[in-house]
Write a protein that binds this ligand. Structure first.
Ligand SMILES: *Cc1c(COP(=O)(O)O)cnc(C)c1O
Ligand code: SF4
Length: 342
């Protein structure tokens, strides 16, 4: 029998780190040495989508800089409360693609399993900031309908764990889910979309590496970093550990006004990712979600930046510039939709 004290002792370090994330604006301001007056903070925005930042991420914010690119990604500000035409609660029509509880089947051969609604960090531009998680997440008790759906469709060769952030689930739950997926012969690839290696690098622990490196599935981890400043030494070490576990590492970023909408910054990000063994995969044009309009970069500017990146970087370090248009069979390259002038 496991006693209560033993149970506490067994709680992994990363779970403590996740639980002790900063949730209070005052505490955050104290650490970054800024005052509320300098930052246009909005209590209404915080109420709509709460503040949550792990210490590992806060450590990479430069104190005293109200324009810090990391701070801007997580700070609830007044601009979020403006109502904007054409901005929606479900901008990518996820709810139209629900195939079974917690399962989205939009694209050929791939399904997306919403494993949890939880994230370790709350990014203000998140396209799922209004998503009704309690109704739509699969969990330990109701993975069955999703697994049954995957079993009966032999064209599905890749299962993408998403959320929320799938790595907020513990390794016991994840390894059990992965075993069930391994039992389905036509599933060949397991993909995880997660921001945890970047915002909570402690999460890449021995237990995770054990189940991931033993799996018969090809494992792809798509991390989410928007700025080179997020890629600290501890993040790089976590990524190296994943690579030692035979995991293919890719990055997706979101193009964000005032944060990374600049050729030098995007170039730095690609170089920094590559130094950590990660290839840039997608650069997303922001999804028009309510509350994030102030992060929007125009399509013209996005195309211009992408063109400049192609001139500066080897092809393998240029992320695909894409946007998600509701109802289409894949993400759409932005360059195909526009004639790039300028
Ligand atoms: C992005 C996404 C995928 C994966 O698309 P890839 O182009 O393979 O990266 C799958 N399902 C949904 C719902 C997605 O949004
Ligand atoms: S789903 Fe991704 S972008 Fe959205 S809040 Fe979670 S970590 Fe941030």
């Amino acid at each position: 029998m496991i006693t209560r004290t033993e149970k506490i002792r067994q709680t992994p370090v990363w779970q403590h780190a996740m639980a002790s994330a900063i949730k209070s604006i005052d505490e955050l301001l104290d650490i970054v040495q800024l005052s509320a007056a300098e930052l246009n903070i909005s209590e209404a925005a915080r109420k709509q989508f709460s503040l949550r930042i792990p210490m590992a991420y806060v450590d990479n914010i430069r104190p005293g800089d109200p324009h810090d690119p990391l701070l801007k990604q997580i700070l609830p500000v007044g601009e979020e409360m403006r109502t904007m035409e054409n901005y929606l609660d479900d901008p990518v029509a996820d709810l139209d693609a629900v195939a079974a509880k917690g399962l989205l089947h939009k694209y050929h051969g791939r399904v997306l399993l919403l494993t949890t609604g939880a994230c370790a960090i709350h990014c203000r531009y998140c396209f799922r900031r209004h998503f009704p998680y309690p109704e739509h997440s699969a969990n330990r008790h109701n993975w069955t309908p999703a697994l049954e759906y995957i079993k009966q469709d032999t064209s599905i060769h890749e299962v993408i764990l998403s959320g929320g952030d799938p790595l907020t689930l513990n390794d016991d739950k994840l390894s059990r889910l992965v075993k069930l997926l391994e039992d389905i012969p036509h599933v060949q690839t397991l993909r995880l979309h997660t921001r945890l290696p970047v915002v909570l690098p402690q999460r890449i622990c021995d237990e995770l590496l054990t189940w991931i490196s033993r799996s018969r599935l090809n494992c792809v981890v798509v991390i989410h970093s928007n700025h080179a400043q997020e890629m600290s030494e501890s993040v790089i070490q976590a990524l190296q550990r994943l690579q030692q576990g035979r995991v293919i590492l890719l990055n997706q970023a979101v193009l964000l006004r005032g944060i990374n909408d600049n050729v030098d910054k995007l170039t730095d990000l690609s170089h920094r990712l590559f130094a950590a063994g990660v290839l840039p995969y997608y650069l997303h044009q922001l999804d028009p979600v309510n509350g994030a309009a102030h992060f929007q970069v125009s399509d013209e500017r996005a195309c211009y930046l992408h063109e400049q990146l192609r001139h500066r970087l080897p092809g393998y370090l240029v992320p695909r510039l894409v946007q998600e248009l509701p109802g289409l069979k894949s993400k759409s390259p932005l360059v195909d939709l526009m004639t790039c002038e300028k």
